[in-house]
Each structure stands twice: as C-alpha cells, then as structure tokens.
Write a protein that binds this ligand. Structure first.
Ligand code: SAH
Length: 228
C-alpha cells in the first residue's frame, strides 16, 4: 500500500510513524508512507498557505491554490483509490471502514489546519471525508496518524501471528475479553485458573463469555444492533 499524506507540518508524523508496528511495516515494504509538504506548492514568495476568511470571522483558511497544485502534481504520477480529507464533519471512522481501507493500494490523505480548507478543494478534489470522532482537533495530522495506524496494522504480514487483529475489539461485533500475563499471583491478585488449564475449548468458551459480558456492560448497543 502507498499512502501520501499532504500536510503543512510533516514533522508531526516523526513520532507515530517511526516506531513499533508502523515502523516495521515500512521496513518490510508492506506500506510506503510519503509526507508531502503543501508549503512546497505555495505560489507567492512568502510561501503562504493560509489567508483570511471571505465574509469575515476569526480563523485563517487554507488556500485552494497550494493544495490544488499539490494534488494535481501527485495525480500526474499516481492513480489514487481515494483522496481523503480528514474533517470533523466527515464520516465517522470505525473498524469496518478500517478493514475496507486496508485493502486499498493508493491513498492520499489531506490534513487541514486552522479554520479548515477552502471549500473548493473539498468540492473538486476530495473523494472521501473522514472524521475520527465528534470533537475538534487543531489539525488533521493526528487524525491522519490514527487512520493510518488503524489500517496499516490490518495489512497481511504487518502484525505477527500472535497479535492477530481478528481477535481485537469490534472485529467480531464484541469488545475484547480481559487478558493477563505473568506473574500468576501479583499481591494475591490471581489470574483466572481457567487460563492455565491448558483446555483450549474451555478457554475459548470463557473468553467468549467475558467478551459478551463486557460488551453488554460497556457497549450494549453493539449487541442490540446485531439482533435487530
Ligand atoms: N472549523 C472546522 C474545524 C477545523 S479544525 C469545523 O468546525 O468543522 C482544523 C483541521 O483539523 C481540519 O481541517 C481537519 O483536517 C482536522 N480535524 C479536526 N478535527 C478532526 C476530526 N475530529 N477528525 C478528523 N480531522 C479533524
């Protein structure tokens, strides 16, 4: 998979993309992540990428020209499955969407800032708008990092077998059951004995019961929705 991220703050991705699973996925050649600085496509000598809002009001708006130039340039070299704008008024991101996007080959992700981007970019270039939650961030970078992490870990070969993504919360319509590791006894707090029994069938049954219990307690609508 190839992911091109358009941003005015490429350094913001140094943390999330240079460690752990995302780092390994890139090293293994399973994903190529390119950070493209929108400012490189600014047309005036001050490399300006934002300007005042027409009609007045507080907050700057990201200008159409640098973004349009950037997208057009990239489209000359690649064909994109989707050109995504991270936006609080976009479609709410969930695990089902993550599963679907993880099968795509070429994605472009645009990160906004300030008051957002000029509407004409959204109308003419963007094919999907995605929100990571009903709250407002100061920029699209953290949202793009969340989206990228959620989809890249689902690409076959990224996770090792023992961390199979299939048993994660939401994948089977349930939250994950509790997990434990050594020591067995920590200050008299013990691991449920069933997990040490070696009886895989019983362990699976226990896990399923715990998953249902937890989902009913914390996210009852996940179970009610299934039954409808
Ligand atoms: N004025 C806009 C918010 C702009 S926030 C509004 O009220 O809708 C600045 C940028 O942060 C946006 O352009 C977007 O790229 C990003 N952003 C903020 N919240 C987000 C969210 N919940 N999901 C995805 N991107 C978000």
């Amino acid at each position: 998979m190839r992911i091109d991220i358009l941003t005015i703050f490429p350094e913001m991705f140094d943390g999330p993309f240079k460690h752990s699973i995302l780092k390994r996925a890139q090293e293994r050649g399973l994903v190529e992540i390119n950070l493209i600085n929108i400012r490189d496509y600014a047309t005036d000598k001050h490399k300006r990428v934002d300007d005042y809002q027409y009609g007045g009001g507080s907050g700057m708006v990201m200008m159409v020209e640098p973004i349009a130039n950037c997208i057009e340039d990239l489209k000359l070299k690649n064909t994109y499955d989707e050109i995504i704008y991270m936006s609080p008024d976009g479609k709410l991101f969930d695990q089902q969407m993550a599963n679907r996007y993880s099968t795509f080959q070429n994605l472009m992700i645009l990160c906004g800032h300030y008051k957002g981007i000029d509407e004409r970019v959204r109308e003419h270039f963007i094919t999907k708008e995605i929100s990571i939650g009903d709250y407002v961030l100061s920029g699209g970078e953290l949202a793009a990092a969340v989206f990228t992490d959620a989809i890249v870990r689902l690409i076959p070969g990224v996770l090792n077998d023992e961390t199979s993504a299939l048993s994660d919360s939401f994948q089977d319509g349930l939250l994950s059951p509790s997990v434990y590791t050594r020591p067995y006894n920590y200050k008299s707090m013990k691991v449920p004995d069933i997990l040490l029994s070696g009886n895989n069938k019983e362990i699976e049954k226990w896990r399923m019961e715990k998953a249902i219990e937890r989902t009913k307690a914390r996210r009852p609508e996940m179970i009610d929705d299934e039954e409808e």
